[in-house]
Design a protein around this ligand. Structure first.
Ligand code: ZN
Length: 270
């Protein structure tokens, strides 16, 4: 069947073009001369020597030339595939990956983290929803491989003013600020706990990392002393004193911060 079709096709194109193709131009190919037939092929399978616009000499099949399926030595195809590769390359850019990941987090219910994004109403703005180009022109290129898309306000969606590139460390810090802990029947942030307990937030955060449990971290934050240990007697004197923190620090040979912490009852708060 295939042979019959090929034969018919050959007959049709044979009629449309002269039997001698020499001098004819098929897209980029200029036909130079007929090539001797290969011994095993039938008469209508003719091979022609062609010169491509790019200068390459190649041998093409008459039917392919006449049907327009042979258009160049192969350079045209290479050009096209190079263009495709370029396009594909853009598609694989880190910015595009970030854009697609962002869309997936907000739309793909199958994702593990969906409840933290789309599941709680985090949306991608209309401007970015269907246009990677818009997204790229708004957020710019990714500054380094360590950067990823970060929302400034974690409870708001993805839109130009709420999104920036940040490093994993910056994001972790953000998350830690927003992370909530169970505390006396409440579910609150570490900042709020520090405020309630009247202890330094940085100290509490540090101790939380060190001691793992919140209760231990709070306890340690309260009894922490900077450098030299002050006695209870000294603490009492400092708290009664009207002198400045600077003078007291020199007097008791501790840091000004320690004096301030004693005065504000951030330390020695018992
Ligand atoms: Zn060529």
């Amino acid at each position: 069947m295939r042979t019959v079709l090929a034969f018919l096709f050959g007959e049709i194109v044979k009629n449309k073009f002269p039997s001698d193709l020499t001098g004819l131009k098929f897209s980029k190919l200029l036909v130079l001369s007929r090539q001797p037939n290969k011994p095993h092929v039938t008469y209508w399978q003719q091979w022609w020597l062609c010169k491509c616009d790019c200068g390459t000499i190649s041998i093409k099949h008459r039917n392919h030339l006449c049907a327009g399926t042979s258009k160049s030595c192969g350079c045209w195809h290479k050009e096209v595939s190079a263009k495709m590769k370029y396009k594909h390359g853009l598609h694989k850019s880190p910015e595009n990956q970030a854009w697609r990941d962002m869309l997936a987090r907000c739309r793909n219910k199958k994702l593990k983290n969906y409840h933290r994004y789309g599941g709680r109403g985090i949306k991608v703005c209309k401007r970015w929803l269907h246009s990677f180009e818009n997204f790229l022109s708004d957020v710019g290129k990714k500054p380094s491989p360590n950067h990823s898309i970060d929302r400034i306000n974690n409870n708001k969606g993805y839109y130009p003013k709420n999104v920036k590139w940040s490093t994993a460390i910056e994001q972790a810090n953000n998350k830690q600020l927003c992370r909530k802990y169970r505390y006396k029947g409440l579910f609150i942030t570490i900042t709020q706990i520090a405020r309630i307990e009247n202890i330094g937030i940085e100290r509490l955060r540090y101790n939380l990392k060190k001691f793992k449990t919140l209760s231990k971290a709070i306890k340690e934050s309260k009894t922490f002393h900077y450098g030299k240990k002050l006695s209870e007697k000294e603490v009492a004197i400092i708290r009664k004193s009207k002198l400045s923190a600077k003078v007291l620090a020199a007097e008791f040979n501790v840091s000004e911060a320690s004096i301030r912490n004693v005065i504000t009852k951030r330390t020695w708060n018992r």
